[in-house]
Design a protein around this ligand. Structure first.
Ligand code: SAM
Length: 217
């Protein structure tokens, strides 16, 4: 554990040096919830490597730099109402919860991963993340509207329900692309008068967002 922790601390320090982790809040969240707590035992010694890692059901937990980039783009603040789509291991949701210090909602379509994430979150001592089984391309209406929505799988287009469930002044971070493994990361903002603006961050590679408003299986 001590060795894993040392390696993780070095990873976090490099992300800071590289200018990828820019805020003290994200740095602290990364140190509080190391990625090794959210992968199977056999992958723990690779958790500090800056690459995606396998999780059950053929999915992945994203590379540390990618998670940091999305969290920095989200500019999360204490008390924000946040929805994550694509729970996977639960790691990103734990980081979001540490940043907003309030309840976080996250939707996953694969039952095995809902269980995996719940177990990881419980073991890591995270109490304010609520994992739901469902099709996240429809958002999560019971807790809408959201200040921030973070999608961690690649969509063919921006799902309309997500825009509808965004608060005025809110922000949606989503990888979008016509190829199911390569996308561009969009930062969508809804202005106070309801207009939607899009900024492109750059190229990324996520597993596909499957569902009614995503890729059809
Ligand atoms: N955020 C995750 C983490 O911290 O481990 C990594 C997510 S992984 C790159 C993408 C996840 O999105 C997969 O677990 C996949 O099953 C899920 N997914 C794909 N389509 C989905 C959908 N329509 N609704 C919810 N989850 C979906």
């Amino acid at each position: 554990m001590e060795q894993l922790d040392g390696l993780w601390r070095r990873r976090v320090a490099s992300l800071v040096e590289e200018g990828i982790i820019r805020s003290e809040a994200v740095r602290r969240a990364f140190l509080r919830y190391p990625r090794y707590l959210f992968v199977e035992k056999r992958y723990q010694s690779y958790a500090h490597v800056d690459e995606p890692l396998p999780i059950p059901a053929g999915q992945t937990v994203s590379a540390p730099h990618m998670v940091a980039i999305m969290l920095e783009l989200a500019e999360l603040e204490r008390g924000m109402n946040v929805l994550e789509i694509g729970t996977g291991s639960g790691w990103n949701a734990a980081l979001i919860a540490e940043l907003v210090k309030s309840d976080v909602y996250t939707v996953e379509r694969i039952p095995e991963l809902v269980e995996f994430a719940r177990r990881n979150l419980e073991r890591a001592g995270v109490k304010n993340v609520h994992v739901f089984l469902g099709d996240g391309t429809k958002g999560f209406p019971p807790k809408a509207p959201y200040d921030r929505m973070i999608v961690t799988a690649g969509a063919p287009k921006v799902p309309e329900p997500l825009i509808e469930q965004l608060k005025p002044g809110g922000r949606l971070i989503i990888p979008v692309g016509s190829h199911h493994l390569w996308q561009e990361l969009y930062v969508m903002t809804k202005t106070e008068d309801g207009e939607v603006r899009k900024k492109r961050w750059g190229g990324v590679a996520f597993v596909p967002l499957m569902g009614e408003h995503g890729w059809r299986g």
